[in-house]
Design a protein around this ligand. Structure first.
Ligand code: SF4
Length: 241
């Protein structure tokens, strides 16, 4: 069974075209800016079998226009291996365009690559120690998974959630640029910058949880553009979705 806390159609945000997006329950990180606090615990949501999901996708096929398909996101999809692997295998065999969005912190991630048309992966920081201090885990595994994906020719879209005071200064931009050079990202994967937003704030209130983020986390469009420019100078392709 797969635990899901939200699903819906989305156009061209989590992969190409019109997509059925499933948000899977549970996450192995605790980012203070998380917009989906209801999806963090491993319990909760509703349980659906792989078979039920395959049927639902089959019924929705006509809606996958403009190169659309199915995206699995979270929470963190890798928390629900091996069911995720089984589902992706089934969808891939049906010729459905498949995509996952992941924080990349799973050694099992490459097992999914043969069944994935697009891998969207977060890179939250270039310094594993800072990543550990803020999210609860260091992230060298993310860098290793990027290398495996690129060596395999896996279509890869990287995302940086830009959070003021954490990773959004120009010095940080140079840190990411250096990391991407070392990993061979330029010309082989795209990078998207996602400015911090407060969409999840009310959910924390509803759940009775403290909201740790302050105004200082906000990043202006101008600062985001300067950040992007430093990456572009190093040959990184910046995209907006
Ligand atoms: S990895 Fe994503 S879902 Fe998990 S805590 Fe961080 S922002 Fe939230």
């Amino acid at each position: 069974m797969i635990r899901i806390f939200q699903k819906g159609f989305n156009y061209s945000q989590d992969g190409p075209g019109n997509r059925l997006v499933y948000h899977l329950q549970g996450c192995n990180l605790r980012c203070p800016w998380c917009a989906n606090p209801e999806g963090l615990a491993r319990t909760g949501g509703s349980e659906r079998s792989v078979e039920e999901l395959v049927e639902e996708v089959t019924r929705s096929r006509l809606l996958f226009f403009d190169g659309g398909g199915v995206t699995l996101t979270g929470g963190e999809v890798m928390v629900q291996m091996p069911q995720v692997l089984e589902l992706l295998k089934r969808l891939h065999a049906m010729g459905i365009h498949t995509c996952i969005e992941t924080n990349g912190l799973s050694a099992e991630l490459p097992e999914l690559f043969p069944y994935l048309d697009l891998l969207i992966m977060d890179v939250k920081h270039y310094d594993p120690a800072v990543h550990q201090a803020v999210t609860g885990r260091e992230n060298t595994l993310v860098f290793a998974n990027i290398t495996v994906a690129l060596n395999r020719g896996q279509a890869l879209a990287l995302r940086i959630p830009l959070i003021g005071g954490f990773n959004a200064s120009l010095e940080d931009a140079r840190g990411f640029a250096k990391l991407f050079q070392e990993l061979g990202v330029p010309g082989r994967a795209t990078v998207e910058l996602l400015r911090y937003h407060e969409y999840g704030k009310d959910k924390y209130k509803q759940l009775g949880l403290p909201y740790m983020m302050t105004e200082a986390a906000k990043v202006s469009k101008e600062d985001c553009e300067r950040f992007a420019e430093i990456l572009r100078e190093q040959g990184v392709t910046i995209v907006r979705t």
